[in-house]
Design a protein around this ligand. Structure first.
Ligand SMILES: CC(C)(COP(=O)(O)OP(=O)(O)OC[C@H]1O[C@@H](n2cnc3c(N)ncnc32)[C@H](O)[C@@H]1OP(=O)(O)O)[C@@H](O)C(=O)NCCC(=O)NCCS
Length: 117
């Protein structure tokens, strides 16, 4: 368990009501999990701020790509990620044995840095 300690960054506000977890999968790839914004606080830009903060952490850590799984019927989350520069990299049919598909949503980050080298 110790090995994961430095690889997970959790952000939360309002006594954990709104939260997200960033997990570094390896030196190049990070993922986002457990994104949740309280129903009363939605559409106020909180999730967008979480994503921007995670992106800053990830870039500072040398991560070049963020990828996550999201149910394809989660219109709010899919819209949020697309608006924030993610693209649908793949569709996983009936992932987790559920009756819905999942999208792999990805974003390349910190690319300017690499291009300027
Ligand atoms: C998805 C979720 C995290 C969005 O949080 P939020 O703080 O309301 O998101 P933001 O205010 O930053 O929204 C940014 C943009 O995302 C899109 N968006 C967010 N919610 C939306 C909705 N219900 N319908 C359509 N678009 C939506 C919009 O483009 C929005 O910009 P706008 O408000 O200027 O139109 C929130 O609805 C939630 O917690 N849902 C339940 C948990 C969940 O599904 N988590 C994601 C798992 S992958």
């Amino acid at each position: 368990m110790e090995i994961y300690k430095d690889m997970i960054t959790g952000l939360n506000i309002d006594n954990n009501k709104n939260h997200v977890v960033f997990r570094k999968l390896n030196n190049w790839l990070g993922t986002i999990e457990k994104l949740y914004v309280d129903k009363d606080k939605r559409r106020k830009g909180i999730a967008t701020k979480f994503l921007r903060t995670i992106e800053c952490f990830a870039i500072a850590d040398g991560i070049g790509k963020l990828s996550l799984l999201c149910r394809s019927d989660n219109d709010a989350a899919v819209a949020l990620y697309l608006k924030n520069g993610f693209f649908i990299e793949a569709t996983l049919k009936r992932h987790y044995s559920s009756d819905t598909n999942h999208y792999v949503l990805s974003k390349f980050i910190g690319v300017e840095k690499i291009e300027n080298k």
